[in-house]
Design a protein around this ligand. Structure first.
Ligand SMILES: Cc1cc2nc3c(=O)[nH]c(=O)nc-3n(C[C@H](O)[C@H](O)[C@H](O)COP(=O)(O)OP(=O)(O)OC[C@H]3O[C@@H](n4cnc5c(N)ncnc54)[C@H](O)[C@@H]3O)c2cc1C
Length: 188
């Protein structure tokens, strides 16, 4: 029976992706436009990847099968997005977010990839804020958190009950910006 090779790098769990990233060949900025990257799908993963790669200077072709790139399943996500920022000072950490996510996935997820997700979770929130995602805020103006999905800490960043939709709009605007930058027009 054929098995799927997930190509997870070797090494200690905590170092796998960090070491892999550090040992990859760099691409000269002058050569970035010579590399064409194909992204299939414009859900949160595809749209964010395409927008970021475009911003980094690569030549990106992104495909979607809906009438608009905003029409992805990601729109259904409501509860929010987790990050180990520990704003509430309730003892959160990358390790705790990693363990909760592994448990939440019924121990079926690939550990190295979940660890990486936990590691970059704070950057993801910052990126979404930079894209203009209107996350809920407290009265002082700081990003609000809530406890969600059985977690014992408050680490869920949310935009009312429509987080997925708002994240998708953020990713979509970032994508439109890159389309305008490289092709001079935007999506309808
Ligand atoms: C009801 C619901 C609630 C959720 N709530 C939360 C939550 O609160 N917090 C959370 O973190 N996660 C939540 N999730 C999970 C989260 O929404 C998903 O894991 C995430 O949005 C998946 O994003 P994606 O970009 O990988 O996939 P998708 O959003 O499914 O995007 C994939 C895209 O690829 C397109 N595609 C597929 N094949 C092709 C092809 N051959 N050519 C072109 N396009 C193609 C699809 O049409 C789709 O647009 C929820 C999920 C659901 C369903």
């Amino acid at each position: 029976m054929a098995t799927l090779n997930s190509k997870i790098p070797q090494g200690e769990l905590k170092d796998k992706w960090t070491r892999y990233k550090a040992s990859q060949k760099l691409v000269n900025p002058a050569n970035k436009r010579k590399l064409e990257i194909i992204v299939v799908g414009t859900g949160l993963a595809g749209a964010a990847a395409a927008a970021s790669l475009g911003q980094m200077g690569f030549k990106v072709k992104v495909f979607c099968i809906q009438d608009s790139p905003r029409r992805a399943h990601s729109i259904a996500a409501q509860g929010g997005i987790n990050a180990a920022k520990n704003y509430q000072n309730d003892g959160d950490s990358v390790q705790r977010l990693f363990i909760d996510t592994i448990k939440g996935g019924d121990y079926r997820a690939r550990e190295a990839n979940v660890y990486r997700l936990a590691e970059v979770s704070n950057n993801i929130i910052d990126q979404c804020v930079a894209q203009g995602v209107p996350f809920a805020r407290d009265y002082a103006g700081y990003l609000d958190n809530r406890s969600f999905g059985g977690a014992q800490v408050s680490r869920t960043f949310y935009a009312k009950g429509q987080t997925g939709q708002q994240l998708l709009l953020g990713a979509y605007s970032a994508l439109s910006k890159q389309i305008k930058r490289w092709h001079g027009n935007t999506l309808s």
